[in-house]
Design a protein. Sequence first.
Length: 447
Amino acid sequence: MADDFDLVTLGAGSAGIAMAIRAARHGARVAVLEPAALGGTCVNLGCVPKKAMWLAAELAEAQRIAHEVGFDQPPARLDWPAFIARRSAYIDNIHASYRQRFAELGIELIAARGRLLAADRIAVGARELKARHVLIATGAHARRLAIPGGELGIDSDGFFALRACPRRVAIVGSGYIAAELAGVLATLGAQVSVFARGERLLRSFDHEIGDALAAAMRRRGIELAFAHSPSGVERAADGYVLHAADGSRASGFDELIWAVGRDPNTRDLGLEQAGVELDAAGFIATDEWQNTSAAGVYAVGDVTHRIPLTPVAVAASRQLAERLFGGRPDAHLDYSGVPTVVFSHPPIGSVGLSEEVARAVHGDALRVHRARFRPMLGALAGSEERTLMKLVCVGVEERIVGIHLIGSAADEILQGFAVALRMGARKADLDATIAIHPTSAEELVLM
């Protein structure tokens, strides 16, 4: 006999947990199926440990800057194992917090993988669960290239298993994961080379931001190799050897990290039996309401072809829970105007349309404002690195449709300005706002 639930979620990452908690608060009987650690990629192999490592790198950089401006204490090296222990303890506390909330709300956590038998039935071990609603939130996994030696080295998951900083590391990729790992490792003492198949970093971002990041990375000693099409990898006596389609090779790396994208976790979920269809890229196809092709089955997060950000997955799941259990039949997430940050060195903040996209949409109605300047601390330390801030505006009223930042504190500055963009702010609204001086953020209202 099947166990009956109002909601069963496959996966206890950001999307699954958010949906389960919100539904349970509305009185739903909920089961969560998760064979691995609670929190999914974000908590265990993504946002949280990544930000921890970025903070460690920021402290290392701050020590060097402090030395430049006159502090007599030379920069110290990170005790990597000790810091990892602190990072792990922080994550353990998050796991405990989730378990406590599940217990308080009566959510049943089943530490196993579920498989759909039909749209309303799930097999988990020897049990069969029946559910009015099923959420698929199984996330994604790091991709590798299907080339000879593609199984060698580590991916972004393996980065978090490192217990020491590599001496010389090759990173294959050009997206935000490659940029973030390169910045962290270089700042903590590694000699880093990044191999990108295209001509730019961060292709989905405003082109000036990607170019500014490339320049900043080179100033930090990171080697960038563009138009590099990997054809194979081997392990030699002196480390990894990377071969390219043009016949060139790079060697002597004691670590190799693949950062070439992520693929959805859709295998062995019983999707065909439930009538759940995939899109052309292999992700679960959903409409704007998170519905799949099977009635009563929904998908949220990285298993879908939506914006792969934790806050987006959480927000979409909560809206879905409100629609199904909270009496709000029109509730769904608006995916436009989503702010995002890259924890590179220096950090990047972006919301809205890039200049390229805005120009394609609005043509000659576009006007772009820029500010380039040396932040005060950098200037005091003698650094030539400049912050770039960019406003993309449309029409006579110059309504702001894009805000793009790269520089110290860009990650913290963006949030409030993202609210302004969403509310329809115009350039004149920023002009009329009194600046907070001396800050970097003031440049956005002084352009």
